[in-house]
Ligand binder design. Structure first.
Ligand SMILES: Cc1cc2nc3c(=O)[nH]c(=O)nc-3n(C[C@H](O)[C@H](O)[C@H](O)COP(=O)(O)OP(=O)(O)OC[C@H]3O[C@@H](n4cnc5c(N)ncnc54)[C@H](O)[C@@H]3O)c2cc1C
Length: 462
């Protein structure tokens, strides 16, 4: 970066909030994905005015800007592939307002999901999307990726809760979208345009979120299935029964084996475990829902069904699912977590495809997933120093995406497109759809300075 630009950044955000040392640049070069690229510098603004000033300068000088929250993206969304400046928003971390009577909270983008949750809990409220990364991921990142979690089937994703935004546009103008009301149909829905936009359309500097009363009670059950198709049929039957599980998780045989090899849990090595939770205001309500679910488990040949009678028993049932990620992380030197999502009725077909790909490409695939919304997480765990296995993993991933789309699914239910899936956008989106997305990108970011290289939307290569 030209010394004048660095000087400008220091004057705008303060000297200590501009990072140019190689050690800092290395930290900003990657996220939780396999991609890396050094930025020229990072700046940590604390106000919307500072963000606007930086964007105005970047627009004038044609400098790439990559907005960044906690950097937990697993698909290269925050990797500054064209260099330039990383805009680290973690210091814009104030909860500006919590108004239970209006059912909303107003926050800055750098607030960590878990911090908002802690602030809402004593008031009896929650912001339900609950991504698994919620202890560290920011709300700005959650909005920019439309994050969701295990409770997606009942509570939806971040998109369902964003009432309005303040966004700094590529040229430094400040846009306000939506309103402080739960209902608003005024004008085009610009709020939704920015939700899930991965930092390619603007920098989110304030968020108005709907909050919900916190469920007071839960019921938990676990079932084992010797046969994958019985588990798949049980999922479809639960969804058809009218029951509304707040959680319905699958753990596949490879994952169960990995848990057994790395813990002392001694789980039955069945084809699949399903873990269900229902929540509500009273035990009567959650138990009535859970009765339906356990009945469906039994009707679909579950080899065992365990219903938790106490909080400690519920915790024990959750243990297998909760241990999955730490165990998977230890299996090899590289783990790639996919988020293939298909219609619920196709979950079992997708699980069969995953098993087929593991054999075809001779790789280890370990799967957990949120089956009530069709979102599976097959994990490729492998030795990335071995070029042959790396090539097979790359080929298997490409086939996984293609097969998910063939089943009527999507490339990504949670993690976003970023760099990892940019080359596959046209598998899912028609030329017309890609054309519309690129026109929107060009209208809002004519110089392609905002998070360039992502989502296959670049129309103006600098
Ligand atoms: C262990 C683990 C578990 C995970 N579990 C889940 C899960 O359950 N559900 C899920 O959905 N995801 C999950 N993820 C992925 C990731 O945590 C989410 O995508 C999360 O929302 C990213 O938040 P972040 O603050 O880390 O954003 P970053 O990774 O820093 O950024 C993500 C994207 O948002 C953009 N961005 C960030 N802040 C802003 C802003 N203020 N304005 C404009 N653009 C911005 C960035 O440019 C980038 O494109 C997981 C990741 C890990 C490592």
């Amino acid at each position: 970066l030209h010394p004048d630009i660095l000087q400008f950044l220091k004057e705008t955000v303060g000297e200590k909030n501009v990072r140019t040392q190689i050690i800092d640049r290395i930290s900003y070069a990657s996220d939780a994905s396999e991609f890396k690229h050094l930025p020229d510098a990072a700046a940590c603004p604390t106000t919307t005015q500072q963000v606007a000033a930086i964007m105005e300068m970047a627009f004038r000088e044609n400098i790439p800007i990559t907005p960044r929250g906690a950097g937990t993206s697993v698909s290269g969304l925050t990797v500054p592939v064209k260099g330039g400046i990383v805009l680290d928003l973690i210091q814009m971390n104030k909860i500006l307002k919590i108004s239970p009577e209006d059912r909303l909270a107003v926050v800055q983008p750098g607030v960590v999901y878990g911090d908002l949750d802690r602030a809402l809990k004593p008031l009896g409220f929650s912001f339900p999307p609950e991504p698994a990364s919620g202890k560290v991921a920011t709300l700005g990142g959650n909005v920019a990726t439309n994050a969701g979690g295990v409770k997606g089937a009942k509570y939806g994703t971040t998109r369902n809760y964003v009432l309005g935004l303040e966004v700094v546009l590529a040229d430094g103008q400040v846009l306000r979208t939506g309103s402080h009301t739960l209902k608003c149909v005024s004008g085009l829905d610009l709020t939704r345009l920015f939700v899930g936009s991965e930092g390619v359309l603007g920098v989110i500097t304030e968020i108005i979120l709907r909050i919900d009363p916190r469920p007071l009670e839960t019921s938990t059950a676990m079932a084992t299935f010797e046969n994958l198709s019985d588990a798949g049929r049980a999922v479809a039957a639960i969804m058809k029964s009218g029951a509304v599980p707040s959680v319905l998780e699958v753990v596949d045989r490879n994952c169960i084996r990995a848990i057994n090899q790395n813990t002392n849990m001694e789980l039955p090595e069945v084809a699949a475990i399903l873990l269900a939770e229902t929540d509500g205001s009273t035990k009567t309500e959650t138990e009535a829902q859970m009765d339906k679910i356990t009945r469906v488990f039994k009707e679909n040949n579950a080899s065992s069904v365990r219903l938790a009678q106490t909080a400690a028993e519920a915790e024990a049932l959750w243990a297998a699912r909760k241990s999955a990620y730490p165990v998977i992380a230890r299996l090899n030197n590289t783990v790639i977590s996919e988020d293939t999502t298909v219609p619920i009725s196709k979950v079992v077909d997708m699980l069969e495809v995953i098993a087929e790909l593991a054999v075809k490409y001779d790789i280890l695939l370990v799967t957990v997933g949120h089956v009530a919304d069709g979102n599976l997480h097959p994990h490729f765990t492998y030795d990335s120093t071995d070029p042959d296995v790396s090539r097979r993993v790359t080929e298997a991933r490409a086939e996984l995406y293609r097969r998910a789309i063939e089943l009527g699914g999507t490339l990504t239910g949670e993690h976003g497109i970023g760099l990892g899936k940019a080359a596959f956008m046209s598998l899912e989106h028609s030329e017309v759809a890609m054309g519309v997305m690129r026109k929107i990108k060009q209208a809002l970011d004519p110089k392609n300075i905002l998070n360039p290289g992502k989502m296959d939307l670049d129309v103006c290569q600098e």
